[in-house]
Design a protein around this ligand. Structure first.
Ligand SMILES: [Zn+2]
Length: 172
């Protein structure tokens, strides 16, 4: 489930309110050219974007911060701040992580591979280094480096963040 919001602060505050009601919701950031206070309708109408382009945008969707931070003892602290998560994501490259599991073949600006999430006979899995995301044209799996780790290692979101932290700074 996705919640689309415009780029101004008011929209984001609204998004966080919605997060309390819809735990599965994610924030989708519309591109700058959609204009101030525009919404997802403008994305299609004003910018004449296609469904495919919207799906690509969805790949970059961020999970909403939890309305109430949940810390349990004995576990390493999990960053629940979106900027910390973003910094963590920036500290690793999705293609370097994916390479540990998949045989990535360069294809222009992208990489393709046999999808690890379905029985893939030919490479349907596409990795987009520029947006640090992936999309499978076979099973429609998509996401970012966190989603990739969650799915391939069967981790929860906090566990995937933890794994990412260890990859980012192995000495820590
Ligand atoms: Zn797939």
């Amino acid at each position: 489930m996705y919640v689309c919001f415009d780029r101004d602060r008011a929209g984001e505050v609204g998004a966080e309110k919605v997060a309390g009601l819809l735990p599965q919701a994610r924030i989708v950031r519309l591109p700058e050219e959609v204009g101030e206070s525009a919404d997802v309708t403008d994305f299609f109408v004003r910018l004449k974007k296609s469904r495919g382009e919207f799906l690509e945008l969805l790949q970059q969707a961020e999970p909403l911060p939890l309305p109430l931070p949940q810390q349990s003892r004995g576990q390493s602290p999990v960053p629940n701040n979106r900027s910390e998560i973003e910094a963590l994501k920036r500290s690793v490259r999705i293609e370097e992580i994916a390479r540990r599991y998949l045989e990535l073949q360069p294809n222009g600006q992208r990489f393709i591979a046999r999808c690890p999430f379905h029985e893939d006979q030919h490479p349907s899995f596409v990795l987009y280094p520029e947006s640090q995301s992936f999309y499978c044209f076979g099973c429609q799996a998509y996401g970012d480096v966190i989603t990739f780790l969650m799915r391939i290692e069967r981790l929860t979101f906090p566990e995937a963040l933890d794994a990412l932290r260890k990859i980012a700074s192995p000495a820590a």
